[in-house]
Each structure stands twice: as structure tokens, then as C-alpha cells.
Design a protein around this ligand. Structure first.
Ligand SMILES: NC(=O)c1ccc[n+]([C@@H]2O[C@H](COP(=O)([O-])OP(=O)(O)OC[C@H]3O[C@@H](n4cnc5c(N)ncnc54)[C@H](O)[C@@H]3O)[C@@H](O)[C@H]2O)c1
Length: 333
């Protein structure tokens, strides 16, 4: 299967590695508007480098992974749709709501295999919680608590167009909460602070936030987001229900406890999301390859899921701006 990577940055490199390692896939082309970026990734993985998305899409592709900067997702997805090339689009879906709506509407009309890269759904712990909730193991869900603290913040320049803490980071976790509960929130309330890098304030961004949302059933979701974690990638999900509670663990590098005369110790957490979630990107790619082969993308999060997460991110931003809860009427309101 001939796949393209569009966007040869940090996540493009992870996808390139996984495409090259996949038994059914081949990295047909790497595209980046910065020639050196395309060239360097293509050389590393034995592929061809191009600068233009149209040129990449003209290379008899079976699929494309949109790993370019968030602000470009709208135009790159539109080019994939025109070329009839199935695509997996990195999150967040777009940098603004109208671009996101346009992607969803055009892909749906074209009937193309298209999905959003919410890789957290492929994490064994999160998927286990989803399966247990769906099986009714903990009864009615009453609370979802999510912690996501990243070891170091992205650059201010990157954050200017990435979607920021609410969009770029948050999208993964609003999606997890929607996926686990099977509900879309009716109300969102958020508070944000600048505690990690004061320059975020210069671009109207925050680096620390708490987001709360209420689901139609009354279940409440709480998200603790930070671009700082002095002790590695810290991500945890807890779901409390009428019959019990489900929790994922922090993921230490080592999996044993040292007990000595001075006390007990354990290795720390995995340093970044790269190590912590490496298997999820490979599993996500495998699902994308399967979707292209079968024409059925139901095993992947949909573009509509991406739009729904984007709506929640926008509501969180609005809530901080006006210091009040924001009501939602549905993902497409
Ligand atoms: N799923 C995840 O866990 C995850 C992790 C990191 C990043 N992301 C997402 O992936 C996207 C890229 O993030 P990144 O960290 O790799 O960014 P990056 O800045 O490292 O790389 C982005 C690359 O895209 C290129 N680019 C921009 N516009 C382009 C266009 N029109 N055509 C071709 N190339 C173009 C840039 O030149 C750059 O090399 C963002 O949307 C980000 O939110 C997702």
C-alpha cells in the first residue's frame, strides 16, 4: 500500500517510522513545504521528497497521513478529497471551526475513507476502560477524571497556530471522555493560567487549565491539563460509576519496586509522550491500512469525532474568555 506522509515534523517522523515498519505499507513519498525537512525525512526512511501536496497526491497513492501543522489541515485535507486519496488527519482537525466543518462535509460527500488521529483510543489501558464501561462493569458512569501533564511545553511559535492547550492537547481527552461515556457534553466550564512560560500570555494562550464538562446523563468530566510535568509524561484516566471504579496507571520506565534499608524506590515515568504512546501510533496506522483495504473506517475515530472535540476546545476557550460556563446543543451546533 503506497502511503504519503504530508508534514515532515515531529509526528511525521513517528508516522514515517511506523509506515516503513508496516508489512503491508510503503512510504511512497514525504511532502513538506520546507524542502530540507522533506528531504531529511525521506532520506532517513528511503523515500522520495516533494514540496507540493498536489505533487505528492499525484503519485498513485493508496492513502495519506496529514501530519502537517494544524493550520494547514484544511487545505491538505481538501487536496486529498479532490484527489480521492483516503487520509488520516492529525488532531486537532483544523485551526478553526469553519475549516473543520468544511473537511467533514466534503469528505462525507466524497464518501472517502477518512479519519482523525486520536491515537489515545489505541492505548491498551484506555481501550480497556472503554470496553469495561461498555460491558456495564461499573454501571452508570458518574465521573470521568483525566490528568494530562506533558513533560515540557511546546514552543510559543508552534502554539500560535497549533490549537494550544485546549485544542492541541485537549482534543485527545475530550474525545476519550466522549468515547468512553458515549455522550457529548451539554455544558463546558474552564479556567486557565499561565504558570509555565510567561510568553504564552503574549499570544493569548494558557499553559495550565482545568476543564469541567457535564454530559446529558448528568455525568461530570474533569480535565487537569498542564504543559509542565517535572517528573515525566503523566497521563491518567479514572472513571467512577454506580457499581465501581476504573483507573489506568501511571507508566513507569521500570516495572518493579526496589526495597532497601533506606526505603523503597521505583523508576520514574516515561520521559515524554513519544515513549509513552509509541505503540498506539503503530496500532492506529494498522487500523488505517485495514480501513483503506476494506473501505470501512469504523475502526478509527471519525472526522465528526474531530469536529466534536474541536467544539469542546472552542467552548473551553470561550469559557475562559468570558469567565462563565458555555452551553452546547450538539457537536454540529
Ligand atoms: N497525535 C499526537 O499525539 C500528535 C503529537 C504531536 C503532534 N500532533 C499534531 O500533528 C501536527 C504536526 O505537529 P508536529 O509536532 O509534527 O509539528 P512540526 O512543526 O514539528 O511539523 C509540521 C511540519 O508540517 C510542515 N507543513 C506545514 N504546512 C504544510 C503544508 N501545507 N504542506 C506540507 N507541509 C507543511 C511544516 O513545514 C513542518 O515541517 C499538528 O496538528 C499537531 O497537533 C499530534
Amino acid at each position: 500500500m503506497r502511503l504519503a506522509i504530508i508534514g515532515a515534523g515531529a509526528i511525521g517522523r513517528i508516522h514515517a517510522h511506523n509506515v516503513t515498519a508496516h508489512p503491508e505499507a510503503r512510504l511512497a513519498v514525504v511532502c513538506d513545504s520546507i524542502p530540507d525537512a522533506a528531504e531529511s525525512l525521506a532520506t532517513e526512511f528511503g523515500s522520495i521528497a516533494v514540496q507540493s501536496v498536489e505533487e505528492a497526491l499525484g503519485r498513485n497513492l493508496d492513502g495519506a497521513i496529514i501530519a502537517s501543522s494544524t493550520a494547514s489541515h484544511g487545505e491538505v485535507a481538501a487536496a486529498c478529497i479532490v484527489a480521492g486519496v483516503p487520509f488520516l488527519c492529525e488532531k486537532p482537525l483544523a485551526s478553526d471551526r469553519s475549516a473543520a466543518l468544511q473537511i467533514v462535509a466534503s469528505a462525507r460527500q466524497a464518501g472517502l475513507v477518512a479519519a482523525i488521529a486520536f491515537n489515545r483510543r489505541f492505548d491498551a489501558g484506555y481501550a480497556g476502560i472503554k470496553a469495561a464501561v461498555s460491558a456495564g462493569e461499573i454501571g452508570r458512569v458518574e465521573a470521568v477524571l483525566v490528568t494530562s501533564r506533558t513533560a515540557s511545553p511546546p514552543s510559543v511559535e508552534f502554539t500560535r497556530t497549533s490549537g494550544g492547550l485546549f485544542g492541541e492537547k485537549g482534543a485527545h481527552f475530550y474525545d476519550l471522555a466522549r468515547w468512553i461515556t458515549g455522550e457529548h457534553p451539554v455544558e463546558v466550564f474552564a479556567m486557565g493560567s499561565v504558570l509555565v512560560n510567561s510568553s504564552f500570555a503574549d499570544i493569548g494562550e494558557i499553559d495550565t487549565a482545568m476543564v469541567t464538562m457535564r454530559m446529558p446523563s448528568g455525568a461530570l468530566c474533569q480535565f487537569d491539563f498542564s504543559w509542565r510535568s517535572a517528573y515525566g509524561q503523566d497521563e491518567r484516566v479514572e472513571v467512577n460509576g454506580s457499581l465501581g471504579m476504573l483507573q489506568t496507571f501511571q507508566e513507569p520506565v521500570g516495572r518493579f519496586l526496589r526495597s532497601k534499608s533506606g526505603g523503597q524506590s521505583q523508576d520514574g515515568l516515561m520521559p515524554t509522550w513519544h515513549e509513552r504512546f509509541a505503540p498506539t501510533y503503530a496500532d492506529e496506522l494498522h487500523a488505517f491500512v485495514g480501513a483503506i483495504r476494506s473501505g470501512d473506517s469504523s475502526g478509527l475515530p471519525s472526522l465528526e469525532d474531530g469536529l466534536a472535540a474541536q467544539q469542546i476546545a472552542d467552548a473551553a476557550r470561550e469559557s475562559v474568555q468570558f469567565a462563565r460556563p458555555v452551553r452546547l446543543n450538539g457537536p454540529l451546533d
